[in-house]
Design a protein around this ligand. Structure first.
Ligand code: ZN
Ligand code: ZN
Length: 341
């Protein structure tokens, strides 16, 4: 927390902290020393930028009000953002608005992208268990083969997006795991399908879940077996509010120029648990351009390396955003030092 002066105005600035279960292959001198653990999403860079911003704001003392620095654990799978909100983050620190930032190798360094409305997708998981009747594979007529269920279900699930969604609505249904069978000549009794669903809108999410259950029930009935669906909504869509997106774009433009700020990028279906903070408070999540040529490894790639050239840009964005958003402190006028110093 950084409180200057007597204003009660306050904003929250959030960085995530965690690494991924990936064996790093980047080969850089500073690569991970922990086998199977890697900062493959650049959250180490996010934390560095927010710490640098805190240091700069303390030195500059240009605003009146409070900037809260939110260092959030467990972004990748465990929903640390949700837990922080549930444990009273904004009750203890009642911010007016909350802001987040992610390095984005898919857009060039020296640029920013953000948009009002959804920027990243909701993340759901599903598990379908089909239970047939095991049999000798040569005597298939005596069994109920769950393999057939899988073959039809995987195809049928792909009709939800193509045949049930409005063509201008977005959704992804991906079956990512098929588990059944142990040997050549046995029809297994049971089969498990797992996967993920991505959406931007709750009604689309509802539609996909409903159609998935209907298709699974129908296919199971067709092949005279039982099937269950476990459908779990993990992260909601990351939805930026209108006015805070304008504020974020204004701060970004002060750093890289308005020509380098894209306020209408194509959203991505990756997900982000900052979404829980945006459900609790208005705010904006931005992409910080980190691409350095067409072959820049993307986040979650074992050859990814955080682009250190964008550290100063990202830290300057935080400082500028806080100084633009919070009232100017008496006596701070006339200090022409720039945030990028
Ligand atoms: Zn990640
Ligand atoms: Zn990340």
């Amino acid at each position: 927390m950084l409180r200057h002066g007597g204003s009660r105005d306050s904003i929250g600035l959030r960085a995530d902290l965690d690494a991924l279960h990936i064996q790093e292959l980047s080969g850089v001198a500073h690569m991970s020393r922990n086998p199977g653990r890697m900062h493959a999403c650049g959250h180490d860079g996010h934390t560095t930028m927010l710490l640098a911003a805190a240091k700069a704001m303390t030195a500059r003392r240009k605003f009146d009000g409070t900037a809260y620095f939110i260092f959030q654990p467990a972004e990748e799978n465990e929903g640390g953002g949700r837990v922080m909100v549930e444990e009273g983050l904004f009750d203890r620190f009642p911010v007016r608005a909350v802001f987040g930032m992610h390095n984005w190798p898919g857009i060039p360094e020296g640029t920013f992208a953000m948009r009002a409305g959804p920027l990243m997708g909701a993340y759901d998981i599903f598990e379908i268990v089909a239970t047939g009747k095991g049999a000798h594979a040569a005597l298939a007529y005596q069994g109920k083969d769950p393999m057939l269920f899988a073959a039809h279900a995987i195809s049928a699930l792909q009709t939800i997006v193509s045949r049930n969604l409005h063509p201008l609505d977005a959704g992804v249904v991906s079956v990512t795991q098929v588990h059944a069978g142990d040997t050549w000549n046995v029809i297994p009794e049971q089969l498990v399908l797992r996967g993920t669903v991505r959406t931007f809108k709750k009604d689309v999410q509802d539609l996909i879940e409903r159609r998935m259950r209907t298709l699974v029930d129908g296919i199971a009935a067709m092949f005279e077996m039982a099937a269950t669906v476990r459908y779990e909504r993990r992260y909601p869509a990351t939805v930026n509010s209108e006015i805070e997106t304008l504020y974020a774009a204004t701060a970004a433009a002060a750093i890289v120029g308005s020509d380098n700020v894209d306020t209408d990028p194509t959203p991505e279906m990756g997900s982000e648990d900052f979404a829980f903070m945006l459900q609790a408070k208005p705010g904006c999540y931005v992409w910080l351009g980190a691409g350095n040529g067409a072959n820049t490894p993307n986040i979650h790639n074992p050859r990814y390396d955080f682009n250190d050239d964008v550290l100063a840009i990202g830290a300057s964005y935080w400082v500028t955003l806080a100084e633009q958003q919070l009232p100017i402190r008496a006596g701070a006028r006339g200090n022409e030092k720039q945030a990028a110093d």
